[in-house]
Design a binder for this molecule. Sequence first.
Ligand SMILES: Nc1ncnc2c1ncn2[C@@H]1O[C@H](COP(=O)(O)OP(=O)(O)OP(=O)(O)O)[C@@H](O)[C@H]1O
Length: 344
Amino acid sequence: MNNPAISVRSLWKVFGPGGEKIPGNRELSALGSAELLERTKCVAAVRNLSFDVAKGEVFVVMGLSGSGKSTLIRCLTRLIEPTSGQVLVDGNDVLKAGVAELRELRRRKVSMVFQHFGLLPHRTVLDNVSYGLQIRGTGRNERHAKAREIIELVGLKGYEQHYPDQLSGGMQQRVGLGRALAGDPDTILFDEPFSALDPLIRRDMQAEVIRLHKDMGKTMVFVTHDLSEALKLGDRILIMRNGEPVQCGTGDDLVGSPADKYIEDFVSEVPRADVLTLKWITRPVADSTPGDAAVLNSRMIIRDAIPAVMHSSCPVLVEEGGRITGQIDRDSILSVLQPAEAAA
Ligand SMILES: Nc1ncnc2c1ncn2[C@@H]1O[C@H](COP(=O)(O)OP(=O)(O)OP(=O)(O)O)[C@@H](O)[C@H]1O
């Protein structure tokens, strides 16, 4: 990947006494979590992880509780000190950064939205959103003007003088989002930001993130344990288990071609027609298919192709980059619908 926003190489975080000896020790680093804990009293929360995040990408880190997601995202700005490996942000080596550089990184380049909002309880919405600008030394008028702009952007106009405890959970997280945006960082890290919110508010907030991403194009790294959230938001998704990467790819890749049984179980409940693209159900063109049959793009989501295919009296052709790659028909669509849907 050319000029990634974030580049992680062979990253380890081992909690516990003498943890720094584990990444370089062949025998110990190969042990499973339980045995490692028993023999060394250490927990390897992140094990030998490497990935790149492209500029402007929404990169989701997913896994069950305890798989190392929060530790990983905190290692990116050294809120947790990594044990070994490399983290580059915009080409700069975060693990080699001094105190001042690290402060600059957190204030200007990468900001974070936390699960429990992390707001200052005795400050108003306006002051919470402008806090980052204040510690950067921005003058009062300028920071309040900027904060008002951001407050409007995150849908909180009219609440500038409210205190956090006067707001609902969803509104508090909008303040958290506003605070992260106020400093105009290149990258925003989200650590399970919506898991404390009830489902409807959560859906609103997901839509909000998608909208902001579309408008502002920021790079985002988003931690969640919710697959539907991951599929909704992520350009790519990294699935972790016991600190290790299991599979990294688009939602389409994970659902269409799960790397192992673990991922297969994870994605088994996903409505496949809503995630998979036509490429997964494309078959060779039959001799009997007319050359002037309708044509759809191979990257179209299967559900979106249903009307065209169901209304066509013959199979529909599929193209990629202007070249016909195959065909689909009613049977291929029915094969990915849930049994209940297919029967309807
Ligand atoms: N400060 C710590 N000291 C010792 N072990 C820790 C520490 N922080 C995390 N761990 C352990 O590291 C592992 C990964 O934890 P982490 O919180 O990163 O997982 P997670 O995937 O974010 O889980 P959750 O979704 O529950 O937040 C767990 O086994 C956890 O117990």
